[in-house]
Write a new protein. Sequence first.
Length: 481
Amino acid sequence: MKIFAAAAAVALLLSACATQPAYAPPKQPVPADWENNPHPGKRSAVAANGQWWTQLGDPAIDSLVSSAFADNPTLAQAAARVDQAKAAAGVANAQRLPAVNGNASATRAQTQNTLGGSSTTMLESSSSVGADFSWEIDLWGRIRESVSAAQRRLDARTADAQGARLSLAAQVANTSLSLRACAYSLQVRDADIASRETELTLTRKRRAVGYIAPSAEFSALTNLANARTARISQQEQCTRSVDALVALTGQPAAAVRRLLLPAASNADPQESSAILDDVAHVMPTPPAMQPELPATVLRDHPSLVSAERLLAAAWSDIGVARAQRLPTISLSAMLSGNWLRAVGNSVNFTSWSAGPGLSVPLFDGGAGAANVDAATGRYREAAATLQSTLRTVVQNVEDALAFQTSAEERVKSSQDAVDAAQLSFRASQAQWRAGAISMFELEDIRRQRQTAEENFIAAKRDQGQAWISLMQATGQIDNPG
């Protein structure tokens, strides 16, 4: 036992050895501020709990995001990967502790002796109960680095799960705004079709009395057919948006339409200006938001957290590969009780053993060195992935800021265009009633107004989607724990 204790003490002292320095995150160039920030130095935060979509003030989006979080296969896959990584970390951590196994056996045998011309039969019974103990001393840090690698991969999978929630919330919110904008655009296109139908009716009347050539009627028919074709394509886009939300949230199509689509209107289809009142109220106007400094955003972004943790795990893998090329020391012990009965006699005894064991790799054909090279290559790949992810995140934030600035300016300019087009149409309508202009001219001005209205709808959609893109690009998401 003294030998056993001495070996354990020496091994514990040697276990402080390491095959490489401790991991240190690489320094990455981070911009001092965002280039496309329209208000440098000005910051504004989103909801403290990370549920940024609630700041849109849209109960329909809140409901659909909650449904998606409750029942989405992508999130279920991410959660399963977290559970797998957690189990792998548990397996790696178990290597730190000794392994103790119990064993027991019982046998009964019959032996027949035919020597000497006589036959004798002997019955024999034996049994044993024991336990064995084994413990690998972490001499070069192989187990320690294995545990670190597994824990770091668990951290990466956890960050990936947060990123999946972020992506899902953004998809639901973006698609909801697209569906609403699509539905309002359908109403504008219906007004356009009604206007072109009026134009065709007037053209046919004029042709019937010989005022115009037949080609004018054919031109009006072509314009009407093109408008109807565009309306069919728009309807398909709306249906695709509904289908996407059904797939994302698990909700039936009827429920999605009930939550997001505007109620049927009894207004004159040619009077599409009333649509804009609904757009202004139903399409959410996001709150003002300027992102935190790049250093803060990049520190907490799920994609970067995941990439950095995988880099750290790859560093630990190098230590594991190096340690596997070095000698290993293990301690083992065994204790068993044995009972034997034969020819009316019984005997029992106890046996034990304990001591260290040494394993030294002598020749492996270069496999150990190749494993170290492979682990080093994976580390370099992970470092390049982290750098690429960093650049992608910075680009996404800059693009989102540019998108936000553009969308806000387009909302203002398209609103001005709608106001001007509405005034022009009203003035032209008064002229038409006074007989100063023809119905053809009035319908042309009506369609100009409808184009301005459709541009305004698109700008309002883009305003909300730009804000959502900024939330996604900056990694704003809650942690469900």
